[in-house]
Design a protein around this ligand. Structure first.
Ligand SMILES: CCCCCCCCCCCCCCCC(=O)SCCNC(=O)CCNC(=O)[C@H](O)C(C)(C)COP(=O)(O)OP(=O)(O)OC[C@H]1O[C@@H](n2cnc3c(N)ncnc32)[C@H](O)[C@@H]1OP(=O)(O)O
Length: 130
């Protein structure tokens, strides 16, 4: 799994218990998954269809750095299924795991659009194809 994104926990990211607010973390994960899927499917009209069980295993405090990791699980017809792990760089603990995030690419009418992708593509491969 690649951990591309890091976030620094600031006062506005905390809950009344002074630990990381879960809703903020889910927002970051959704954005990370959307960006990953938009790039892989080459479709800016990509939406979150389904998120499986979310298990908050540990937390983070103000000043901690968390890393968000995403890994592709399955390229479907119009969908891309991802899994996610977020870990605390300070404590090295896993904060959250999500086994299944299903992203779906849409056409201009908002319907699921087949993407024709079967595997992860890197910028280098795409440039070589041109
Ligand atoms: C260069 C460009 C720059 C652009 C720079 C943009 C930057 C930007 C960044 C920020 C980005 C933030 C973006 C956040 C992302 C949202 O906030 S999205 C908002 C929340 N999500 C939505 O509003 C989606 C609402 N749902 C829908 O519109 C419809 O359900 C959908 C998605 C069109 C699908 O409709 P449907 O009738 O279920 O379609 P269907 O063909 O049956 O299924 C499609 C696929 O979904 C799967 N599926 C359907 N139901 C389920 C289910 N319950 N469980 C699992 N899979 C399912 C199917 O298996 C199928 O998979 P494939 O076989 O095609 O692989």
């Amino acid at each position: 799994m690649n951990f591309h994104t890091r976030k620094w926990i600031k006062p506005q990211d905390l809950n009344p218990n002074r630990s990381l607010f879960g809703g903020r973390l889910l927002e970051w994960i959704d954005e990370e998954a959307a960006l990953y899927a938009i790039i892989q499917l080459e479709n800016p009209r990509t939406v979150t269809k389904y998120i499986s069980e979310i298990d908050f295993k540990s937390s983070a405090r103000e000043g901690d750095i968390v890393e968000i990791g995403i890994e592709p699980v399955k390229f479907g017809t119009a969908s891309l299924t991802l899994k996610c792990e977020v870990r605390n760089k300070m404590t090295r603990e896993t904060i959250i795991t999500i086994d299944k995030i299903v992203m779906v690419g849409l056409d201009e009418n908002g319907n699921a659009k087949p993407h024709g992708k079967t595997k992860v593509e890197y910028v280098k491969d795409r440039l070589e194809d041109r």
